[in-house]
Ligand binder design. Structure first.
Ligand SMILES: [Zn+2]
Length: 144
């Protein structure tokens, strides 16, 4: 490996936590999903703590004050019965989706925007929407 690659790798390793923190601050997540996740984390604090400790140990983090610690993904270290899956199963950790839009002051994902976009209202076949197609034309195309 050349010196440039070594320096680049060293800089990238040091800046990774900073970029991760910036990304977490800029990306909007669904408030409803977040509420479900907070409730799950409160109900499963012991399971989550064990998974988080395992994830930290895997990354060589042995101090909770380590700036990398808050960004450690504990989900892969959860026991099988708590892995993401059927959202109706209260044992499964709810994932936090990206926010799609804002409704009534809440940033929400498509699944958490009932009555507007959900599995029940998504067309069976995809609708190609172009910016210059009116809503009425798009509806006609979707009905075909
Ligand atoms: Zn959501």
């Amino acid at each position: 490996m050349d010196a440039g690659a070594l320096i680049g790798n060293a800089v990238a390793k040091q800046l990774r936590p900073v970029f991760d923190a910036i990304q977490r601050a800029l990306v909007k997540r669904c408030a409803v999903c977040l509420g479900r996740r907070i409730a799950w984390e409160k109900a499963h604090a012991d399971v989550m703590e064990m998974a988080w400790l395992k994830a930290c140990a895997e990354r060589g983090i042995d101090d909770a004050a380590d700036p990398r610690a808050p960004g450690v993904d504990f989900i892969p270290h959860l026991p099988a019965q708590h892995q993401p899956g059927d959202p109706a199963d209260p044992a499964r950790v709810p994932l936090i989706a990206l926010a799609l839009t804002t409704a009534a002051g809440w940033d929400v994902c498509a699944e958490c925007l009932p009555g507007i976009v959900s599995e029940a209202t998504v067309p069976a076949r995809p609708v190609l929407a172009a910016p210059n197609v009116s809503a009425a034309t798009a509806a006609k195309l979707a009905a075909q």
